[in-house]
Each structure stands twice: as C-alpha cells, then as structure tokens.
Design a protein around this ligand. Structure first.
Ligand SMILES: Nc1ncnc2c1ncn2[C@@H]1O[C@H](COP(=O)(O)OP(=O)(O)OP(=O)(O)O)[C@@H](O)[C@H]1O
Length: 281
C-alpha cells in the first residue's frame, strides 16, 4: 500500500552559523526556478534475481529536477531500483521512461567507493566522466571547471592515493558532474565518510543540485541524510513503495532542528513498525 504523507513543521529555532552561511549562499544564488533535469515515469516495474522477487509492480513518477531519497531496510531493493533507473540492470517486467530522448550521458551514477583510476591524476580521472566527449577541444577546461565546482581546483595534478576519503569522493562527484548529467543517481555515496565530512559533502551535493538543476535520486541508509536533502522520500518495503513522503521544509535545512528530527523519527518508526528489530537499518 502506498501512503502519502506531507511534512511542514514549525520554523521557530534560531539559525546556527553554518546555516546562516548556507542561507546567504542560497539567497545569492536565488530561487531554483530552471530545471535541466529529466522526469522519470516508472510503470509496473518488477525485478527478480532467480526466485528472489526483489521489486514488484512499482509505479512512480518523478518530476524533472526533484531530489528524491530512497530509504528502507538492508536488502529491500534500494540499489536494485537505482540500478534499474541507471540502466545497469534490466527489469523483469514493466518500464522506465526517462524524459524525452534521454542519452546515455544524461544519466550518471555515483557510488560509495569513488572508483578512481590510481594511475591517472585527478584531472584525468575527472575527464573520464566525459566519455566520448573526452576527445573534444574543451574537455580539459570542462574537467577543470568541475573540479573547481567541488572545491578541488588546486588538486588537479595530484594522484588519487594522496587524497583523503572525502577528497576522493569530491573527485568522483566532479567526474559525475563533468558531463552535465540531467539525472544523477547516488548509491550511498557518503556511507564511508566520517560524520563531519559527510555533512560537508551533503551541503556540496545540495548546492550542485540547486545550481545545476538535475534530477537527483539518492539511495541512503541514513534517514537523517534523506530528510536533510530530499524533496521527497520513498520508503521501500516488501518489494514496493510503502511510503511516499513530501518533505516541505525550506532550504537550506538546519541539521539537528526539531522539524528534521521529527520527520526522521517518524520515518524510522515506520521502518521499524512490525519488525520488532532495530538493528538492521
Ligand atoms: N546481481 C544480483 N544477483 C542476485 N541477487 C541480487 C543481485 N543484486 C541484488 N540482489 C539481491 O536483491 C536484494 C536487494 O538487494 P539491493 O542491493 O537492491 O538491496 P539494498 O536495499 O540496496 O540493500 P543495502 O541497503 O544492504 O545495500 C538482495 O536480496 C540481494 O541479495
């Protein structure tokens, strides 16, 4: 059963320093009116691996430019849904329509492991994301601009081995952004990072999404990350979308605020309901 919930909670707490800076940045950038993203329409989508029916009969429409988070218990099929959307798996039944005339380079995936080439310098690793366009005259300039976008303009000549985990993920993000994708799918991209680096990467993801207008699909185990970033949260359970939650909380959102905590608590409660088990989210 699909249940629609809507959250808009009070906005009465004082802003912290980081939020004030973010608010100013968003204010400077202005409202996010233009979307380059593609819409997705999923009809009656099912996926089985042998006898294991992981997803069944999913119907879903994602408007262009929306930031959607997908949460659910381990093994419920979050990554399978993302991989189907990204064309990395084939559906057993059903269809996924992505915008009009989407090209392969319009859809990019960022994974938990940065998957950088150890023998190539940072700039070359970013150029890899250009695919066939790597031979174009402006390839290097585009890669440099993507590196600047993720705050690593000064690391272009470094080897991946000398970067921190957070910096490697930034390079992976630059590689995903360099082709100016219209759908960006994130498969637990921040899962291996420490808490502070994770929050700073969350802000970066939100900023590039705001600035570039792609459609974002984020698979995460971390419900607080989902409520901090997403316009909409899908909870996967028993092969389907058990909850489809609109997150109507203004951006930038205040980490640790009562409204985010209330929404997070309510989603966690839904996830745990009926299982009697709190160990495996
Ligand atoms: N290539 C595959 N071959 C066989 N089974 C698979 C394959 N990929 C996924 N599965 C199975 O599909 C189910 C869902 O896996 P999936 O990785 O989508 O779950 P998930 O919700 O992303 O899990 P987690 O949160 O632990 O990453 C699991 O039972 C998994 O074993």
């Amino acid at each position: 059963m699909q249940e629609a919930l809507r959250f808009r909670l009070s906005d009465s707490e004082p802003l912290g320093r980081a939020e004030i800076i973010e608010q100013a940045r968003f204010g400077r950038r202005g409202p996010r009116t233009v979307s380059r993203g593609l819409s997705l329409t999923i009809r009656n989508l099912s996926k089985s691996f042998g006898d294991n029916e992981v997803l069944r009969g999913i119907d879903l429409h994602i408007p262009a430019g929306q930031f959607v988070a997908v949460v659910g218990r381990s093994g419920c099929g979050k990554s399978t849904l993302l991989r189907l959307i990204a064309g990395l798996e084939t559906a057993t039944a059903g269809s996924i329509d992505i915008g009009e005339q989407a090209r392969a380079e319009d859809i990019r995936v960022m994974f938990q492991e940065p998957r950088l080439l150890p023998w190539a310098r940072v700039l070359s690793n970013v150029e890899v994301g250009l695919g066939r366009e790597r031979a174009s005259v402006d390839a290097q300039a585009r890669a440099e601009s993507a590196l600047v976008e993720v705050g690593l303009g000064d690391k272009r000549a470094q080897w991946p081995a000398v970067l921190s985990g957070g910096q490697r993920q930034r390079v992976a993000l630059a590689r995903a952004l360099v082709s100016r994708p219209r759908v960006l799918a994130f498969d637990e991209p921040l899962g291996a990072l420490d808490a502070l680096t994770r929050i700073s990467m969350q802000r970066l993801l939100e900023r590039v999404w705001h600035d570039q207008g792609f459609t974002a699909i984020l698979v995460t185990h971390n419900v607080s990350e989902a409520v901090a970033l997403a316009d909409r949260i899908l909870v996967i359970e028993n092969g389907g979308i058990a909850h489809d939650i609109d997150v109507d909380i203004p951006r930038p959102r205040r980490r640790g605020s009562a409204e985010l905590a209330a929404l997070e608590g309510s989603i966690l409660k839904n996830l745990l309901q009926g299982t009697g088990d709190t160990s495996d989210l």
